[in-house]
Design a protein around this ligand. Structure first.
Ligand code: SIN
Ligand code: FE2
Length: 214
């Protein structure tokens, strides 16, 4: 049994590339609090499958919290202060989110990170996210902090050009990826989520992505 029981595991740091580290199991301890906060946010601002500018519904369901939320529709990608579903401001960023993101950034070597946007992605079996750059933010000196909860998935991390062959990194429950500096504009995505059942999230994987939008 102990072999499979990760609840007592201590976090460790895996440097992967210039500017990119994986903080393994860093979000394990607050995982339940994070998931409860996700429930509160999604009760206020529902998870939806947004349309890409090309007119295809995304396979991940998403919502946001914090001052700014990232949205996509036929008009393109952008940050905005309100949810398109409710027309109200996004729910505030829960304290447990902010603390985790700031602490992870410090651990990864990016002190002073103060996120004003958090994107919540929910992946069900078959959902994926193609290679893309995060480049709708104003100041690329700030890193991206990305938290994985629930079912495992293969993360792809490529180079600055789309055609560079990405490396594959398995992300498990509680892992936190931080990329900035030399890696900030690198292409990344995730491969298709395989069916499974996680004790805390059931058939889903959640990803929290913290950014400084403005
Ligand atoms: C993203 O790049 O926005 C999501 C990455 C992930 O789900 O791990
Ligand atoms: Fe991204």
């Amino acid at each position: 049994m102990e072999l499979f029981d990760t609840a007592g595991e201590s976090p460790w740091l895996e440097p992967i590339a210039d500017g990119l580290v994986v903080l393994r199991r860093h979000a394990l301890e607050p995982a339940q609090a994070l998931l409860s906060a996700i429930d509160r946010v999604t009760a206020e601002a529902p998870l939806v499958h947004r349309m890409t500018p090309g007119g295809h519904p995304m396979s991940v369901a998403m919502t946001c919290c914090g001052e700014f939320g990232w949205v996509t529709d036929r008009q393109g990608y952008r940050y905005q202060r309100t949810s398109p579903e409710t027309d109200f401001p996004w729910p505030p960023m829960p304290a447990v989110f902010r603390q985790l993101a700031q602490n992870a950034a410090v651990e990864a070597g990016y002190p002073g990170f103060d996120p004003d946007a958090c994107l919540i992605n929910r992946y069900a079996r078959g959902a994926k996210m193609g290679l893309h750059q995060d480049r709708d933010e104003q100041d690329f000196r700030w890193p991206i902090v990305s938290v994985s909860l629930g079912l495992p998935i293969n993360f792809q991390f490529g180079g600055r050009q789309r055609n560079e062959r990405p490396r594959k990194i398995l992300l498990e429950h509680g892992d936190v990826v931080v990329w900035g500096g030399e890696s900030r504009l690198n292409y990344h995505g995730v491969l298709t989520l395989k069916a499974g059942e996680h004790p805390l999230t059931g058939p889903y994987r959640y990803n929290l992505t913290f950014r400084r939008a403005r």
